[in-house]
Design a protein around this ligand. Sequence first.
Ligand code: FAD
Length: 305
Amino acid sequence: MLRSSLLYLSRQQRIFDFVKNVGFARKMASRFVAGETIATALAAVEQLNAKGITASLDLLGESVSSEAEARDTGRQYLEILDRIEQKKLQANVSVKLTALGQDISDELGLEVVRQVLDRAKQYNSFARLDMESSAYTDRTLDTFEHKLYPDYPANVGVVLQSSLRRTLDDVERANRLKCRVRICKGAYLEPATVAFPDKADVDRNYVEAMHRLMEHGNYPGIATHDELIINEAKRFAKERGIASDRFEFQMLYGVRRDLQEQIVKEGYRMRVYVPFGSQWYPYLMRRLAERPANIAFMAGNIVKE
Ligand code: FAD
């Protein structure tokens, strides 16, 4: 109930317009968002790299409504890739097709994402297409498979969500392609027609998808903070003789920092997703929806300061 209310609020632009200048809300956001500028985000990446953790930078923002905004987001991604290369950081980028104009037209989204991928290819870098709500799954996967992956097999990857009933079929499709997949549970409120309503089913589906990706896929990103699943990944890798450099764990900036460092110390690869930018509100609300206890936790910390 609280989760669905928070997810509902995450889509209310008017509430964001109201809270964006409220100090308390901005402070809450700073727990999960690495500032509003490229410079603050790169500083966060430097700190992670110093701990042996790689990063994926995400310029916050979802569906844009004008071509100018889409092109501007694309330009900012080119700058991010340039800066990563100049500073020799261990980082790549994560992009949302709707932020690059897909909702305005498929052609625009494709043109802008190809500019980003051309730059990623120039630097031997990588861009992950984040997965949005189920309304976009087919479009994103079709664009990925038919229009991007053939030209950038080493530079683009996709995300699958274990909450969706279709995902094991998509895992098989991805394994046949030998493309890179990030597997996550899924952050959006979805109807029971397309997604499992019970968390236990989402978790079971995650483990099955993860096993198939680890055994037959190409360098999967295991994106979760769920310790049971992380332990299962380690156990499965040992049982099947899958070396620790054939997959990576991924977590979100500001979430389970203790576990992030512990995983690196154990000799596994760890990448942290580093979101930044002024459009932090929907992202923050999705993180609070995942763990409503964060509201009390962060409020307590803010009041203490
Ligand atoms: P959960 O079962 O939700 O949580 C397991 C445990 O992790 C919790 O008990 C808690 O201890 C801890 N935890 C989880 N979330 C939080 C939090 N916010 N704060 C504090 N502790 C927490 N979703 C998409 O739909 N599309 C994407 O493209 C996408 N990309 C992602 C990329 C990365 C690197 C990660 C880590 C997640 C991504 N997600 C994406 C979000 C994902 O789908 C889940 O919503 C999110 O990761 C929470 O699920 P969980 O696997 O951590 O498991």
